[in-house]
Design a protein around this ligand. Structure first.
Ligand code: NAP
Ligand code: 8YV
Length: 320
């Protein structure tokens, strides 16, 4: 209807969200970067964005959307959106925190188990006939009674800590400021890595965390150590990681995210001591439904009273 606000739908969500958004908004769709850029040529009148996927929303993009008032992001991480700049222009940004905590924590545990118990190489051993021809697969390492360093102890970090409790870990964590939690805070990331059997990365991405896990941290983790990254590829220096895995300075890694995703380097793909996932930390039917519903709920609430259920921190002051 002509009096409904104009919405730009970025990406390709499930049909139920397209229908739901179509009921409340006049919709323009862009499923590719080229289509998005074509919309930006004449972006006046667009008041809302529903963003499925990791689209870059820079000051230049905001300049091209002079009437924009809300961006509803599918995902808790919003490192491709310049949220501080949006807030300074009075544009609300919402995201989908909390509903995905458990799924991402399960993914971190799955990766740690897969790396430590060598799930994929031992499965190949069974499938290839090596078991019958060469004998038993070599022994692997337990994940029980380990020291686990968690880099980032927010919603998901705390869920990871809860999820791994049955494995009797000693949990250390590193963040910029200590939290009121029953785990030891370690102010020096290199020291935490040195003391950890496994380092699980679950901070936000973006410039503030770029290559926080560098060669020094990786070397501190050591030849028996394991790195799990379910945060953003940018948090880990991938070249340093690949070199350390290749020459045995790091024991293994489980990666859900990559610096140039969806591209994964040949260097990483050639290694046997790394498990690679295509950014599926939250990717179950059940969790993705909760995230999609929250994207739509935020837009519906904005339509009715100008606020959202889950603003990003930079925009909290704009939310009513
Ligand atoms: P959150 O509740 O905001 O927690 C973020 C944590 O990171 C906080 O403990 C924060 O503590 C810490 N942190 C932030 N900047 C830091 C820095 N420079 N150095 C050290 N620690 C820092 O966020 P969340 O909901 O747990 O989500 C975390 C991230 O996980 C998301 O932003 C997203 O990128 C990623 N994620 C990935 C997937 C996936 O599919 N793989 C799914 C969901 C989320 P301080 O502020 O005290 O530093
Ligand atoms: C999503 C994520 O896969 O929530 C996040 O930050 O990384 C994942 O849950 C992603 O944002 C959807 O594109």
């Amino acid at each position: 209807m002509a009096d409904q606000p104009r919405l730009l739908l970025l990406g390709s969500p499930a049909a139920r969200y397209v229908e739901r958004l179509g009921a409340g908004f006049q919709m323009t769709r862009a499923e590719s970067q080229e289509a998005f850029e074509a919309v930006l040529v004449d972006g006046a009148g667009i008041e809302a964005i529903a963003m499925f996927g990791h689209w870059v929303i820079s000051p230049k993009v905001l300049d091209a959307l002079p009437d924009l008032k809300i961006i509803s992001n599918f995902g808790v991480g919003y490192d491709t959106i310049d949220a501080a700049e949006a807030a300074s222009r009075g544009i609300l940004v919402s995201h989908t925190p909390t509903v995905l905590n458990e799924e991402v924590a399960d993914t971190a545990l799955m990766l740690w188990l897969a790396v430590s118990r060598q799930l994929l190489p031992s499965e190949r051993w069974a499938r290839s006939g090596n078991w019958a021809e060469k004998g038993s697969y070599p022994l692997t390492r337990t994940i029980r009674n380990r020291t686990v360093g968690i880099l980032g102890m927010g919603r998901i970090g705390q869920e990871i800590a809860a999820t791994i409790q049955p494995f009797s870990p000693t949990i250390l964590y590193h963040t910029r400021s200590p939290k009121d939690l029953p785990f030891e805070y370690v102010g020096d990331l290199v020291e935490m890595a040195r003391r950890s059997d496994v380092l699980i990365v679950i901070t936000p991405g973006g410039p503030a965390t770029q290559h926080l896990v560098n060669a020094e941290v990786i070397d501190a983790l050591g030849p028996e150590g394991i790195l799990i990254n379910v945060a953003r590829g940018t948090v880990v220096d991938e070249a340093a990681l690949t070199a350390a895995l290749a020459d045995g300075r790091l024991g293994g890694a489980g990666l859900d995210v990559f610096e140039e995703e969806p591209k994964i380097t040949e260097g990483l793909k050639s290694l046997d001591n790394v498990v690679l996932l295509p950014h599926v930390g939250s990717a179950t039917v059940e969790t993705r439904e909760m995230m999609g519903d929250l994207v739509c709920d935020n837009l519906d609430q904005w339509t009715s009273n100008g606020t959202v259920k889950t603003p990003v921190p930079e925009c909290a002051g704009l939310n009513g």
